[in-house]
Design a protein around this ligand. Structure first.
Ligand SMILES: Nc1nc2c(c(=O)[nH]1)N[C@H]1C(S)=C(S)[C@@H](COP(=O)(O)O)O[C@H]1N2
Ligand SMILES: [Mo]
Length: 221
């Protein structure tokens, strides 16, 4: 092969590799999904050069205030259109593969908060329950009676997390302990805290607490 021809191919390969890198770096800044690495026990305030929000200091907007959940009694129920109903303990959920994502929550009130969230994939939890044909919606129920829903496909496609940690710190009652749904790309009212039940449903018209009070059911940000 002609040496100039080979050099041109080599240059092309190098350029492709470089541009590929920069776009994945962008993606990393927006969303990172990977097996969780232990960062030690301390809360972190910065990640990949970005300042993280202290979730303890956010103003509490929840409908009933922070809920106290006892992990000894806690069960995460997966029911509805499933073949194998699940009642998972806190430890069982923590025993699943854990992933991290850097994501920003946007509330309709105009504020936002950025966190490094860590937890299991809702998709992995659903695999245990075996979703039945015809299901298209997930309805999330919380300890304070709050509910919200998301399309099943979006939850699987976006690899939505059920977080037990934010900024490397276990969630507190204030921040949704034991689990908060990290409804990436959706407005804050889809980010259900104190989650205790995932109802698999075929009712795509279901409207949760804020959705039934006039807020958009898509809630795209
Ligand atoms: N269980 C439950 N989850 C909830 C809510 C709530 O009232 N109850 N409020 C939602 C709203 S409107 C927002 S913006 C986010 C963050 O609210 P916070 O500032 O009260 O933490 O939690 C969401 N998840
Ligand atoms: Mo909100």
């Amino acid at each position: 092969m002609d040496i100039r021809y080979s050099a041109a191919i080599l240059l092309g390969v190098v350029m492709l590799a470089v541009s590929g890198c920069s776009s994945s770096a962008d993606d990393n800044n927006r969303t990172t999904l990977r097996k969780a690495k232990d960062l030690g026990r301390v809360e972190i305030k910065k990640y990949q050069g970005q300042r993280l929000t202290d979730f303890e200091k956010l103003r509490d907007n929840s409908i009933q205030g922070p809920q106290e959940v006892d992990t000894a009694k806690y069960r995460l129920t997966i029911d509805g259109l499933v073949s194998v109903k699940q009642e998972l303990s806190y430890r069982q959920v923590l025993g699943m593969d854990q992933y991290q994502k850097l994501i920003t929550l946007h509330c309709v009130e105009g504020w936002s908060a950025k966190g490094l969230f860590e937890g299991a994939l809702v998709g992995d939890i659903l695999k245990l329950a075996v979703v039945k044909p015809g299901a298209n919606t997930l309805i999330f129920h919380a300890a304070d009676g709050y509910t919200s829903s998301l399309p099943l496909k979006a939850v699987l496609d976006k690899k939505i997390l059920l977080a037990y940690k934010v900024n490397n710190k276990t969630l507190t009652a204030r921040s949704g302990f034991p689990f908060q749904l990290i409804a990436e790309d959706k407005l804050g009212y889809k980010w259900v805290k104190w989650l205790r039940r995932i109802e698999v449903s075929s009712d795509s018209t279901y409207r949760g607490f804020w959705e039934s009070r006039g807020y958009d059911n898509k809630a795209d940000y």
